[in-house]
Design a binder for this molecule. Structure first.
Ligand SMILES: NC(=O)c1ccc[n+]([C@@H]2O[C@H](COP(=O)([O-])OP(=O)(O)OC[C@H]3O[C@@H](n4cnc5c(N)ncnc54)[C@H](OP(=O)(O)O)[C@@H]3O)[C@@H](O)[C@H]2O)c1
Length: 294
């Protein structure tokens, strides 16, 4: 991975941090994309000390803010003339419905809309750097998700993680399903470009996920299940594999778990819905057709 530039969002903690360690150990240049300078700098120092790789940079971006993403992408392009790997890893879950200052529901913004826009903003660079790779970190919970094009932001029917019921899928699960569908649609659009895009399910992992969900009961639940969870290092293995292995260099539009290709939930393969979701997302982001990804 020497000389390869890898962006990893949410790399100050959990799976993202272990992914950064794994790729730094292979000699890659890491750009940690985090929302908090202090937490990011602490993690950056740990990664440099642990790996002996000093090519670990820190950049700030709040993935729930579309203006922050646009600003970050501009700054990144001023500093770097290539991008080999983009790992859309940052994620979060919220119990209560919250809306960002730009008017987006938070689960939707962080777990789907943000990665969609970040990929869009960096796509020309990824293409000019081909062969290059995009890796989206989804979740096995996507199988509970539903994509309602008339209620993408759960205005009518919100469920936080702790209120799961079969008739109301949690907004987190919906967003992770959308991220999978985005992956498959993007892979079709990128055919022949030298840019691959795959999605993965890291498995049940001991990280900080759920800590900031705003609900004491989910926080306690996350603590209680700790013994059943794999380590963050284990949870990062598939991300590291997809970013670096020659075995997958030409594979695109696939889902992975435990470093193996797997089938994702049936709903994720609905091509008609993938296209309609794509078009709706572009219009929500104000991406005119001539500025659209492809
Ligand atoms: N842990 C699991 O069992 C599991 C299972 C399936 C999928 N996943 C997925 O794996 C990915 C990594 O999560 P994790 O388990 O490693 O959890 P984590 O330890 O909480 O890490 C999540 C990372 O995302 C960052 N993040 C959250 N909101 C952000 C925002 N608005 N802008 C920028 N960064 C933001 C966090 O930053 P802060 O530290 O500043 O909050 C943190 O660095 C997520 O996409 C998650 O959905 C996890």
């Amino acid at each position: 991975m020497k000389g390869r530039i890898c962006i990893i969002t949410g790399s100050n903690s959990g799976i993202g941090k272990e992914t950064a360690i794994g790729l730094a150990n292979m000699g890659a240049t890491i750009v940690m994309v985090v929302r908090d300078q202090l937490r990011g700098e602490k993690a950056r120092k740990e990664i440099v000390n642990q790996t002996g790789n000093s090519s670990v940079d820190l950049m700030i971006c709040d993935l729930s803010s579309m203006s922050s993403i646009r600003h970050f992408a501009e700054e990144f392009k001023k500093k770097h003339d290539r991008l080999d790997v983009l790992i859309n890893n940052a994620g979060a879950t919220f119990s209560k419905r919250e809306v960002t200052s730009e008017g987006f529901e938070r689960n939707f913004a962080v777990n789907y809309l943000g990665p969609f826009l970040l990929t869009h903003e960096l796509l020309s660079l990824l293409k000019s750097s081909a062969s290059s790779r995009i890796i989206n970190v989804s979740s096995g919970l996507a199988k509970n998700g539903k994509v309602d094009l008339d209620d993408l932001q759960s205005e009518k029917n919100y469920a936080g993680t702790k209120f799961y019921s079969p008739s109301r899928a949690p907004a987190y699960d919906n967003a992770k399903l959308m991220l999978m569908m985005f992956t498959y649609e993007l892979a079709r659009r990128l055919k022949g470009s030298g840019v691959t895009v795959n999605v993965l399910m890291p498995g049940f992992t001991a990280t900080n996920l759920g800590k900031n969900s705003g609900s004491l009961s989910s926080y306690i639940m996350f603590k209680m299940v700790r013994p059943m969870q794999q380590s963050a290092k284990k949870g990062a293995e598939t991300s590291v594999y997809l970013a670096s292995s020659d075995e997958v260099k030409d594979l695109t539009g696939k889902c992975f778990a435990k470093k193996k290709e797997v089938t994702s939930c049936p709903a994720s393969y609905d091509e008609d819905l993938q296209k309609r979701l794509w078009n709706k997302t572009e219009s929500m982001l104000g991406l005119a057709p001539d500025r659209s990804m492809l």
